[in-house]
Design a protein around this ligand. Sequence first.
Ligand SMILES: NC(=O)C1=CN([C@@H]2O[C@H](COP(=O)(O)OP(=O)(O)OC[C@H]3O[C@@H](n4cnc5c(N)ncnc54)[C@H](O)[C@@H]3O)[C@@H](O)[C@H]2O)C=CC1
Ligand SMILES: O=C(O)CCC(=O)C(=O)O
Length: 432
Amino acid sequence: MNTIFDQAVERLRGMGQLAGISDSVLAGLSRPKAVMYASLPVRMDDGATQYFDAYRCHYSQLLGPSKGGIRFHPCVDDAEMRALGLWMTIKCALVNLPFGGAKGGVVVDPKSLSRMELERLSRAYMRAMADFVGPDLDIPAPDVYTNERIMGWMRDEYEVINGAKYPAVITGKPVNLGGSEGRFEATGRGAFYCIEFLRCKEGKLPVDISVAIQGFGNAGYHLARLLAAAGYKVVALSDSQGGIFCAEGLDVQLVHERKMVTHQINPNYPEGSVSNCENCDSYQAISNAELLAMSVDILVPAALENAINSDNVDAVGAKWIVEVANGPISLDADEALFARDIVVIPDVLANSGGVIVSYFEWVQNRAGYPWTLLEVQSRLKEKIESAFEGLWQYQHQKAGISFRQAAYAKALVHLEDVMKMKGTKEYFINGE
Ligand SMILES: NC(=O)C1=CN([C@@H]2O[C@H](COP(=O)(O)OP(=O)(O)OC[C@H]3O[C@@H](n4cnc5c(N)ncnc54)[C@H](O)[C@@H]3O)[C@@H](O)[C@H]2O)C=CC1
Ligand SMILES: O=C(O)CCC(=O)C(=O)O
């Protein structure tokens, strides 16, 4: 079976060969360094014990300790963790962070758990992985259906096990538990800076740009909020339950309030949906499929992998796609979009704001010196703009390549150079 990891490796190899990366380097990057599997026993509120499958994949530690989020989702599996770990490796190399790539996850529908069950599951995850993570080894963070509260529980569990304080063991924590100012919105803000960069290069005004966003969680919501505040027309939003459309532009805060309305009933996750807004003024209910097919200037997939695939790619009507989710475009769909001159800003740049501010959090934790929100935001902007400028120059010099090819080429050249400098102890680079 062709898994999502097989596809990620095929993409890596294709992009690597185009960039002239040696076969031995690509072979080294086509497999994870180590993958930990654990079965987590969790006491449920009714007294029964339930077992949950859990993973942590250290994909690469070439550039530093491995880094990447933890996902709580029913579709988590070994192949997905490897693919996400590989993409973290490319992302950290591209934006020049001293981190390798990792990802972790638990096979669970977290919305079905009570608050106490969720806390016990989060602590069980950290107990199982305690020897596999650490501030100089592997540093987790939030991803789909995990949040700052869960990061706080995990930090606490790690410290109970090790009998000392380790704020830098995990990032995306609440600010009062050692988190960084600005991490909560960093993924959306990073994507916003990418869109602003693109807009300026195109010489357009925000008001002339329509945007549709699939996924209204941490990444999608903060991006929508920042775009609307800057004057962009956010015309469509969706979540797992459906979407909403308004040609004149949606009131993002109103949609958010409606989504969070039932939040008080189940404090773990919002139970509402953006589609609760069906009856707001002229808003119109739409499906996720309709959102992905909209004729907008910018389409932002900000939910899960392979949202745009061979079945729906021909329907895509956007001019630009900004990949805020990891891997939202399948391999074959990517080729079809390129052939149609639809510009794709790849995930490894567009969603890198999250890991960039996680890096800032790790630095602040190690220095014991917190930064202000303005310091975080201006350093994030600087880092994204310099990465995008580098990519822009590279892509324009090498006529006929996509931004994804440019991003992989830059990241892989960096990884290859470091492998060569390190010598042959870890990576066997044939005769080089
Ligand atoms: N949170 C972070 O810092 C980062 C997140 N990402 C990526 O961004 C994407 C979204 O992550 P978060 O916003 O953190 O997750 P989240 O858990 O905060 O939100 C996920 C959103 O996606 C929606 N969704 C789930 N399945 C869907 C479907 N089939 N169709 C439409 N919408 C669906 C959910 O309803 C929710 O609105 C993921 O691919 C994640 O890996 C990437 C970098 C950093
Ligand atoms: O903040 C981090 O360390 C990782 C975020 C993440 O999981 C991602 O970029 O996909």
